[in-house]
Design a protein around this ligand. Sequence first.
Ligand code: AHM
Ligand code: MG
Length: 333
Amino acid sequence: DKSKLGQPVGTTLDRFIKNKQDEFSFATGELSQILRDIGLAGKIINREISRAGLVDLGGSVGEQNIQGENQQKLDVIANIRFKRALRNGGEVCAIVSEEDDGIIDLNNPHGRYIVAIDPLDGSSNIDVNVSIGTIFSVYRRLSPVGGPALREDVLQKGDDQVAAGYLLYGSSTMLVYSTGHGVNGFTYDPSLGEFFLSHPNMKTPTTGSIYSINEGPSQLFDDGVRQYIQHCKEQQLTARYIGSLVGDFHRNMLKGGIYIYPATPKAPNGKLRLLYECNALAYIIEQAGGKATNGKGTRILDLLPNELHQRTPFFIGSSEMMEMAESFNLATA
Ligand code: AHM
Ligand code: MG
């Protein structure tokens, strides 16, 4: 039994990465090592999450991260686990994380890669047993090896990603990633402790019937966004919104749909963060045949960041739905 890629069913993540390393001759296997490190940390987080209701890991530690959000204990745990895995792997010199203010130097001055990560996204959903995720982007550093990573290393545009992906801790745990040669998805088998290739060469439908937006504050949205939502209703599309970006994104990518987190007067750049939320998913959706923009006609992957925790309005999904949405002049007040 063979998958579409010619990989035997039952291909583990490690085997798949190994095969790809041969195929694309990733210079030294460093990128492969990073993906394996992320997979390993993901397994550990998966274990912690699945016990969250049992061992009082849920709830807030009573501290806020630098963006004034309540940090969940699992946010902290996930942040530590990913940093440790990437430090020990040795290939990554610095990390940008949703949970840390500045650039995190991993004391790997010879590491040639940078990782931007949201270790646990949608963490307000932990206490209510709803899916959450990890989102990551990998960049090659620009500064010479041997010294510390610089701001220019971490402020690269999304087009410069060399790999990106996410883990979804859902009814199954999945790892989905791309190195710019299509998108592949792996499902975790907890009894074997392995990720297996389950979704080879993922493509998103060119159109679909799902729209995903938190419509509560719609009175604050620009006219174009409101009119597009009205259009979705007139078309009798299906509204689906978990409030966990990875879950909402993953569903829409598989089934066809559009996800929107627009700007409001209070949050003129929306809520979601360019470096470790939007860029990775934009890279994945483009690899899967879809589109991602800021609703002002600019591809997410073209945005040049100037701050680590910069936000952007976010429109992402099936190409025809994105084109329809963009035709509503989304940024017009
Ligand atoms: P977080 O990084 O603090 O978890 O916030 C990001 C989450 C996304 O997962 C989700 O898409 C969004 O916030 C939901 O926001 P809202 O509750 O405003 O709809
Ligand atoms: Mg987040």
